[in-house]
Design a protein around this ligand. Structure first.
Ligand code: GAP
Length: 514
């Protein structure tokens, strides 16, 4: 674990040094749970979103019977009519931050459980740690004193000082540690989960008046924009069930405990598909999307031994969901794989809820199968992925340390995701070499992101490109003037070979496969 967190520290340092990720508003001390992407990170994220859009919306893999899959895209507003969030259950259901006890299954409001270490007046270390349920600090003190006196007697008596701390604040201060926390009901230690807020939505006001009637929310998921437009899409295009709608966009959640770098942020991007199908065929489509989504990560360089598909148990699933798989990835910051994406069978929950709330009938969005004349509210399979989580997985997967190399730290990005695909260098910034290199750079620039660099030693320039994860560097040298060849250096094995200077673009096309 120590080695893992060391790796994470190196990755975070490289991300800042090379302009992948910065802390948001860093000059003012930052703001928890918000991140900015620098020049390289922005290209990386753009590549991720472009790959997803191309592979899932424009050209999804053939269906279970080899058929073409119908997919279209939408780009919905971030702020929607608040009734959307009432219908979806986010307003009512996402209420207070709760902690659960894994041992006794008790559930408590995180702001109403207090952690109370008990000290004897003359000691620095607590002799016991309690959790008590109370409305406020005074109540917590009273409850702790009642129990603490008994405990104190057991430990030889004497006075004690109790300093209650809300469990929600405790987790803010101790990012990962629940090991000293006990359950207020069964007293087991280390069994409380982190607080999970069910009112994650950021509120705002629409219009000049800031009253109850003008409250609106920043969307906590992109999915509801798709459901709200289900009929618009069906009416305005020629898609028929089964078909899917994809959307990429920002989502906002006021996470209680943003942590693990960008993994859990308060502002992030999602790539979501809602795939609408006949209820009778829904399990087939669920299996289709589960397979498609797993293969997609593998196709972009995520190694299968770090990728863990995990079927949720019936207890974990939402009540309307008949199947759900979390696609998890083993990040260096944790011993346990963490969720990259969920593929959920949502039944007809969302369309029925919007039918009921918007039109007064649960089956308002029912469709009729033209062949069988069956009428049904479509069932939905939802592959829902996080752009930022995949960016983080891509970065940690690409990070490679090889002490045997002149530039030991480098990023082995998949070519499709690499922010810069190539660099063009004159070996020295004189002797006519920049004049030969510049036209090569300009020719590549029309097709691929490429950089030109004529400064510093060639070793340093290679090292910079290795850190950026650039797959190939073309170097113009003295020999180029004589025989028209230049060297191509490969990022992954640092090998060099000579090719004709006119062949750079074709070489890149061949090697990158793009
Ligand atoms: N529409 C379903 C939905 O939103 P979710 O599991 O809450 O499901 C889907 O979110 C994906 O969005 C997650 O698998 C994760 O990749 C990403 N995600 C969710 N919360 C996030 C957060 N706080 N920070 C970064 N990514 C997050």
């Amino acid at each position: 674990m120590a080695a893992q967190s060391e790796t994470m520290e190196k990755i975070v340092a490289l991300c800042k040094r090379r302009g992948f990720i910065f802390q948001s508003s860093e000059i003012y001390g930052g703001i928890g749970g918000f991140w900015d992407y620098g020049p390289l990170g922005t290209e990386l994220k753009r590549n991720i979103k472009d790959c997803w859009w191309q592979d899932m919306v424009r050209n999804p893999p053939p269906g279970p019977d080899g058929q073409d899959i119908q997919m279209v895209g939408v780009d919905c507003s971030i702020i929607m009519n608040p009734k959307v969030w009432e219908a979806s259950g986010h307003v009512g259901g996402f209420s207070d931050p709760m902690v659960d006890c894994k041992a006794c299954k008790g559930r408590f409001r995180a702001d109403q459980v207090f952690h109370v270490p008990l000290y004897r007046a003359d000691a620095n270390a607590p002799f016991a740690q309690l959790s008590v349920e109370a409305d406020d600090e005074q109540g917590a003190l009273a409850a702790a004193e009642a129990r603490g006196t008994k405990l104190s007697k057991k430990h030889g008596g004497g006075t004690f000082v109790a300093r209650p701390l809300r469990v929600s604040e405790y987790f803010e201060a101790n990012a990962t540690a629940n090991k000293n926390l006990s359950c207020p009901k069964c007293d087991e230690i280390g069994t409380l989960t982190e607080p999970r807020s069910f009112n994650l939505m950021f509120q705002t006001h629409v219009g000049a008046l800031q009253d109850v009637g003008s409250v609106a929310y920043l969307r906590p998921e992109t999915a509801q924009g798709i459901f709200a437009n289900f009929k618009n899409v069906m009416d305005s295009t020629r898609v028929k069930i089964p078909f899917g709608i994809g959307q990429i966009g920002k989502a906002f959640r006021n996470e209680i405990n943003p942590r693990n770098y960008t993994f859990r942020s308060r502002e992030f991007e999602q790539m979501e598909i809602e795939f609408f199908c006949n209820p009778k065929e829904s399990m087939r489509w669920y299996e289709y999307w589960r397979g498609v989504r797993l293969k997609w990560y593998e196709s972009l360089g995520i190694k299968s031994d770090k990728l863990r598909p995990r079927e949720q148990t019936p207890d974990e699933r939402a009540h309307y969901s008949s199947a759900c798989i979390d696609i998890e990835y083993l990040f260096p910051f944790s011993d346990e794989p963490q969720e990259l994406e969920g593929v959920a069978h949502r039944g007809c929950f969302d369309l029925s809820a919007h039918g009921k709330h918007a039109k007064g009938k649960e089956d308002a969005f029912a469709v009729i199968d033209e062949e069988t004349k069956e009428r049904f509210v479509p069932h939905v399979i939802e592959p829902s992925a996080g752009v930022d989580r995949f960016a983080l997985a891509t970065i940690t997967e690409a990070y490679t340390m090889d002490e045997g190399r002149a530039s030991p730290e480098f990023m082995r990005f998949h070519p499709r995701l690499a922010p810069i695909k190539a660099a063009v260098f004159p070996l020295v910034a004189k002797d006519g070499l920049p004049e030969i290199a510049e036209p090569i750079y300009r020719a590549i620039k029309k097709h691929y992101p490429v950089q030109f660099d004529a400064k510093q030693s060639i070793g340093k320039r290679y090292a910079r490109m290795d850190e950026a994860g650039t797959p190939f560097c073309f170097t113009v040298d003295g020999q180029t003037r004589e025989d028209g060849t230049l060297t191509v250096r490969s990022r992954d094995d640092a090998s060099q070979t000579r090719i004709a200077k006119e062949g750079c673009l074709d070489y890149l096309r061949d090697q990158l496969g793009l």
